[in-house]
Design a protein around this ligand. Structure first.
Ligand code: DC
Length: 224
C-alpha cells in the first residue's frame, strides 16, 4: 500500500474548477489524473442502464461492485468506459447528475469506489479530485488543496462551459442546482464534503486558471 507521499488531493464543491485544474496540475508534474466524480457518475449511469431500483441500497451496491469500469487516456484525453461503451459524455447528462445522490450516500458504494481509488493511487503518482480525497481516500496525501469559489462565480463558469457546448441554461437555474448539490454533499451522513484540517484553502473566485494551477504546483513542489 502506498504511503500516499506522491498523491495530491484536491477537494471542493461543484463548479470550483477541480477537474480542469487537477488535469493541468497532473500534466505539469507528470502525474496521473483521477476524476473520482466520474466514478460515481459511471456507477449511477450503469445502475440506471441496468434498470436497478435506485431506491434499493443493496441492489445499487451490488451493481456498483459489478461495474466493469475502465478509465483510460486516449490522445491525451481522459475517457471513461463501462464494458466496451465509451460513457465519457453520457455520465455528464442531467439525468445522471440528478440521481447520483442516491449512490454517493451509500456506504457500500463508497467503500467499493474508495478501494478502487486507493488501488489507482498505489500504482502511480496521482492528482486525485473529488469530495473526500483529503479526508477519507488519501488522508496521508502530502499535498491537500480545498478549492472553492463563490456560488455566483461557480454558476457563471458552468454557464460559460455549457454555452461552449452549444447549450443555453439560465444562470438562476444553474445557481439553484449547484446550491442544492452543495447542500447534499455537505450534509450527507457518509463522507460529507469538508475541508481536511491540513488542506490549503484556495478561493478561486477572482483567480485565473493559470494562477490556480501555478499555486498548486508550487504547493506540491514545496511538499516534496
Ligand atoms: O465532481 P462531479 O460533479 O463529477 O461529482 C459527481 C458527484 O459525485 C457529486 O455530486 C458528488 C459525488 N462525489 C462524491 O460523493 N465523492 C467524490 N469523491 C467525488 C464525487
Amino acid at each position: 500500500m502506498t504511503d500516499h507521499t506522491d498523491i495530491i488531493a484536491i477537494d471542493g464543491p461543484a463548479g470550483a474548477g477541480k477537474s480542469t485544474t487537477a488535469k493541468r496540475v497532473a500534466a505539469a508534474l507528470g502525474y496521473a489524473f483521477l476524476d473520482t466524480g466520474a466514478m460515481y457518475r459511471a456507477a449511477t449511469w450503469w445502475a440506471m442502464e441496468q434498470g436497478v431500483d435506485l431506491d434499493d441500497p443493496a441492489a445499487v451496491a451490488a451493481a456498483t461492485r459489478a461495474l466493469p469500469l475502465r478509465m483510460e487516456e486516449h490522445d491525451g484525453r481522459a475517457r471513461v468506459f463501462v464494458g466496451d461503451r465509451d460513457v465519457t459524455e453520457a455520465i455528464r447528462s442531467p439525468e445522471v447528475t440528478r440521481c447520483i445522490f442516491k449512490l454517493d450516500q451509500n456506504p457500500d458504494v463508497r467503500a467499493h469506489l474508495v478501494a478502487l481509488q486507493r488501488a489507482f493511487g498505489a500504482r502511480q503518482p496521482t492528482v486525485a479530485e473529488g469530495r473526500d480525497i483529503g479526508t477519507v481516500v488519501f488522508p496521508q496525501a502530502k499535498c491537500k488543496v480545498y478549492l472553492d469559489a463563490s456560488l455566483d462565480e461557480r454558476a457563471r463558469r458552468r454557464a460559460a462551459e455549457m454555452a461552449g457546448k452549444g447549450k443555453t441554461v439560465s444562470p438562476d437555474a444553474l445557481r439553484a442546482e449547484i446550491h442544492e448539490r452543495d447542500e447534499k454533499s455537505k450534509t450527507r451522513a457518509v463522507s460529507p464534503l469538508r475541508r481536511a484540517e491540513d488542506a490549503v484553502l484556495i478561493d478561486t473566485t477572482s483567480m485565473t486558471q493559470d494562477e490556480v494551477v501555478a499555486a498548486i504546483v508550487e504547493l506540491a513542489r514545496r511538499a516534496q
